[in-house]
Design a protein around this ligand. Structure first.
Ligand code: MD3
Ligand code: FE
Length: 204
């Protein structure tokens, strides 16, 4: 693994190809039970270009009312599917955090999708890191500092890569500038899936 900044640890090729294929199969079952939805910006209702779903006890959603974690899918009203064992094992191996994650947000990027620079601060427990797993096309990931104006760096996130943001990196600004089309043959139709594993609530 490579430490890119204090608290920011990059694990290139964390999942080998068979592990990526197993995770993709698990995600197909999850999106069947909990279909991808199009989140909307608070107040304006402007749609995100990324579609999302979740697994685990809590899921992140965004609509005109705001950002929040909730136990049910915003369109079906059903509880989120369970987190696959493979995902729980990745958290145990990468997080150095002594409790299981509450939430796994699954982001799906089509070729033209982007995610603007933001901080992840809808959680209560900032002592837990966020663990990200990437599948499919390579993404150009940008990260900066705690201040929106801090200088930024870019790293390519490839299929099978993991990246962990903890400690002093937990609240940095970050986003996805673009995908590199045709960079992976994992997804038959192209595009990218990203999983972010989080502890949302303070442990008892
Ligand atoms: C840095 N997702 O879901 S993953 C997000 O590729 C999100 O879909 C991007 O940003 C994606 O909120 C980036 C890498 C990542 C995830 C969480 C972080 C970087 C982070 C939390 C804190 C700091
Ligand atoms: Fe984020």
């Amino acid at each position: 693994s490579i430490t890119l900044a204090p608290g920011l640890v990059y694990h290139p090729d964390y999942l080998d190809r068979p592990a990526q294929e197993r995770l993709l199969q698990a995600l197909r079952a999850i999106t069947k039970a909990a279909p991808l939805f199009t989140p909307r910006m608070p107040r304006t209702g402007k749609p995100f270009s990324v579609r999302m779903t979740n697994c685990g006890r809590l899921g992140w959603v965004s609509d005109v009312q705001g950002y929040r974690y909730q136990p049910t899918h915003p369109e079906t009203g059903e509880p989120w599917p369970a987190m696959p064992d493979q995902v729980l094992r990745a958290w145990e191996e990468l997080s150095s955090y002594p409790h299981p994650p509450d939430a796994c947000l699954i982001n799906f990027y089509e070729q033209s999708a982007r995610m603007g620079m933001h901080q992840d601060k809808d959680e209560e427990e900032f002592e837990a890191p966020v663990v990200s797993l990437s599948l499919g096309d390579t993404a150009l990931f940008r990260y900066g500092g705690l201040d929106r104006k801090d200088p930024t760096k870019s790293v390519k996130l490839r299929s099978g890569d993991a990246i962990v943001f903890g400690g002093p990196a937990r609240l940095i600004h970050h986003g996805i500038d673009r995908l590199l089309p045709g960079s992976s043959d994992l997804l038959p139709q192209g595009g990218r899936l990203n999983l972010t594993l989080r502890k949302v609530e303070k442990p008892l």
